[in-house]
Design a protein around this ligand. Structure first.
Ligand code: AMP
Length: 321
């Protein structure tokens, strides 16, 4: 396993791998690796000749009042895990390598970045799309892997690659959860939770599961469901809601009347730690009409919560694209 810290070296390496016709799979991370990251790494390992993982805590996606300085950094342990997962290259640049001087150029995706996390983290998505563009230009991957846990981020990156014609396939993989702690979605920030907070953080997944059951049982009023989610989260006294929304899976706008599919999205502070989670629900009828595999590359940004896997050809036929 090679560790590369310079952009130029990474680009030269990527060029030579591409000349050898190697397919490059890429997993961008901020480190403090856990099983959620490892699920992306495992899939990327299986599907590509070369596997590159980046570890970079990106300052420009944090507001000044956020946890950039405190964000867990566990490089030694991360390196060990990457070796175990048969990673070929870790791209681990210094902040000064990524941002040697003031940036005058940023990448912005509009509309789908304004709600949900965007309402609470004003610079966040601009920071994410800018750094992901820079990482794509350094690593030059054929495929990049993202987690559904950060659903809005994944949709934003998919839209960015589509709008700006990046020749990179974006794969979105399901959320990995703690077996203990009532299905709490794995996150590097879970390390900040004390035992009591950790126990109460299970309220996120519990709320999503019950909301999904309510949809299965016929609930179609998005506002009522969102209110119910907010009320239910109040059962955990340490939980402070940022948002609990019932949204369209593509536009991410609130959805008053639910039809075929819906995104249930939560952001909750438990103690000082901000946790997000989400679930996609699709009606039985919708499932039959389901057009896209694992939140696939379809330009319509179709969503298939069932994570059906189709070949690219089937996908194109179904999407009509
Ligand atoms: P981060 O290091 O938090 O920037 O995350 C790097 C990638 O791992 C992102 O694509 C995340 O969506 C993904 N990820 C984080 N947590 C999970 C999880 N619990 N399950 C699946 N993917 C995850």
């Amino acid at each position: 396993m090679q560790i590369i810290s310079k952009i130029k070296t990474m680009q030269e390496k990527a060029d030579s791998l591409r000349l050898e016709n190697k397919r490059i799979g890429f997993v961008p991370t901020m480190g403090a690796l856990h099983q959620g990251h490892l699920s992306l790494i495992k899939a990327a390992r299986e599907e590509n000749d070369i596997l590159i993982v980046s570890i970079f805590v990106n300052p420009i996606q944090f507001s000044p009042n956020e946890d950039y300085k405190m964000y867990p950094r566990t490089m030694e342990e991360d390196e060990k895990l990457c070796r175990q997962m048969d990673v070929d290259i870790i791209f681990h640049p210094e902040t000064t390598e990524m941002y040697p001087e003031q940036l005058l150029t940023t990448v912005n995706v509009s509309e789908i970045t304004s709600g949900l996390c965007g309402s609470f983290r004003p610079v966040h998505f601009q920071g994410v799309t800018t750094v992901v563009t820079k990482l794509f230009n350094a690593v030059k991957p054929h495929v990049a892997y993202f987690g559904q846990k950060d659903y809005q981020q994944a949709i934003v990156i998919k839209k960015m690659t589509q709008d700006l014609n990046f020749d990179i396939k974006i794969q979105i993989l399901p959320t990995v959860r703690e077996e203990a702690d009532r299905g709490l979605a794995l996150s590097s920030r879970n390390a900040f939770l004390n035992p009591e907070e950790r126990a109460q953080a299970g309220i996120l997944f519990q709320t999503l599961q019950i909301a999904k059951k309510m949809l299965d049982d016929g609930e179609r009023d998005g506002n009522r469901l969102a209110c119910w989610m907010k009320e239910n989260i109040k059962n955990a006294p340490l939980a402070l809601i940022e948002y609990a929304e019932v949204c369209d899976t593509k536009t991410l706008k609130p959805l008053p009347q639910i039809e075929m599919s819906v995104l249930l999205a939560l952001s909750v502070r438990v103690g000082k730690t901000r946790l997000i989670d989400n679930m996609i629900w699709e009606s039985e009828v919708g499932a039959d009409l389901c057009v896209c595999p694992n939140l696939c590359v379809c330009p319509n940004l179709c969503v298939c919560p069932a994570q059906h896997v189709y070949s690219d050809k089937q996908e194109q036929d179904r999407c009509g694209s």
